[in-house]
Design a binder for this molecule. Structure first.
Ligand code: PLP
Length: 404
């Protein structure tokens, strides 16, 4: 895999290349600084007790992170999953079903390396060779980057208005499903915020078991929602009475506005968790003990998560007021992105930067490799509503002036 090829998948490198050397226009941001709406990075601080927990656990800095974290963290993760998804007590075993991760990104990337390198896992037994990786199109770039990094076939499945902005894996050609080693499903989805409803998730789990691939559920936005809490894969696994072929990736980055903490976990099939654990023991950084101490406290606390949801709800209220139904704007079921149909996303991103100092992500950059013209995201831009409502209002107001 050449460095250039990997770069061709990276949306932010592509955005830098697009805007490089172009001075930002006069912006509605504080002191006229550019308004950065391209990155999905929370701008509010995590609760104060994070710093306190880290300070109290400071002796842990001299130790290497234990590969499976510590018992308190695993127990807090399981207790949260049981509460959140109403799981039967004892369905998850903290020793076998949980692997702490720095973030969902590391787990999602390693999953491709470890579980999709060959379609020859113990329960698949279907011969040699790289398995295909199924992913939504558009999607979080780490899925296609991971496939590119291991030289696996990336099967990009449209997640468009016609499909409810979620991919329809179960309708794929059975030959493709037989080739598949891994499928990523993101709910709520980045970039469109669509939730995969329970039947869709259950059907994917069934399909994964029938065809012998891993169903990797990216649930890092699971706590940012505006109506009912989105269903999760573990809930559906519990309903099926088994964790076979299911992995659910969770993180404190969005839920607790703690992206810099690097703290999350993957839960699911103990055999797959064991294989991931082994690989992380060779190539992973682990999660330091003081970080696990802070993470334990965060998984135990819900009020800060409720406040976070309220903050994003206010931003979408602002968006609704300022945008109306321009550019097909709609409040997503979850996540914190606006996904706007502006006709030509790349041209709009360039114009917004040049005329208003507003940085947004062209939808095409979430659709796989540069030069690939099968880009259902091309008419769109993605906007992260992570600033305070005042700046959000000013930026969206300016966006309307520039683009309409
Ligand atoms: C869809 C999706 N998955 C995973 C991640 C990774 O987040 P983290 O590694 O911080 O948990 C992100 C981050 O932006 C994301 O948008």
């Amino acid at each position: 895999m050449s460095e250039a090829r990997l770069q061709a998948f990276h949306p932010f490198l592509r955005l830098t290349a697009l805007l490089d050397g172009i001075p930002p226009g006069s912006s509605p941001g504080p002191e006229g600084k550019p308004v950065l709406l391209h990155v999905g990075e929370p701008r509010n601080a995590p609760p104060d007790f994070v710093a306190e927990a880290i300070a109290e656990a400071a002796p842990g800095w001299s130790r290497y992170p234990p590969p499976r974290g510590d018992a308190a963290y695993r127990a807090a993760a399981v207790a949260w999953l049981e509460r959140r998804y109403d799981l039967p007590e004892g369905f998850l075993d903290p020793e076998r079903h949980i692997l702490p991760l720095p973030g969902s990104r590391e787990g999602l990337f390693f999953a491709a390396i470890v579980l999709a390198g060959a379609k020859n896992g113990p329960r698949t037994g279907r011969g040699e060779g790289k398995g295909a990786i199924l992913m939504p199109n558009p999607a979080y770039h780490v899925y296609s980057g991971a496939a590119a990094a291991i030289g696996a076939e990336a099967v990009m499945v449209p997640a468009t208005a016609e499909t409810g902005f979620q991919p329809e894996y179960t309708g794929l050609d059975p030959a493709v499903l037989e080739r598949a080693a891994l499928a990523y499903l993101c709910s709520p989805a980045n970039p469109q915020g669509a939730v995969a409803e329970a039947p869709r998730q259950a059907a994917l789990i069934d399909c994964a078991r029938t065809h012998g691939f891993v169903a990797a559920f990216d649930e890092c936005y699971s706590e940012i929602y505006f109506d009912a809490p989105p269903p999760g894969a573990l809930q559906l696994a519990a309903a099926s009475g088994s964790l076979d072929q299911v992995l659910a990736f969770h993180s404190l980055s969005k839920r607790s506005s703690a992206a810099g903490l690097r703290c999350g976990f993957v839960a699911g099939d103990p055999e797959l968790i064991g294989r991931l654990d082994q690989a992380f023991r060779f190539g992973g950084a682990g999660v330091p003990l003081p970080v696990l101490a802070a993470g334990t406290r965060l998984w135990q606390d819900e009020p800060h998560v409720v406040a976070n949801r309220q903050r994003y709800r206010e931003n979408f209220d602002v968006a609704e007021r300022v945008l109306g139904n321009r550019f097909g704007a709609r409040r997503p079921a979850g996540g914190f992105f606006l996904w706007l149909d502006v006709g030509d996303g790349e041209a709009a991103a360039l114009k917004l930067w040049r005329e208003a100092g507003i940085r947004v992500l062209p939808g095409a950059y979430m659709c796989g490799e540069e030069g690939d013209d099968s880009a259902p995201g091309a008419p769109y831009i993605r906007i992260a509503l992570v600033d305070d409502p005042e700046l959000t209002e000013a930026a969206l107001g300016r966006l309307v002036e520039v683009l309409q």
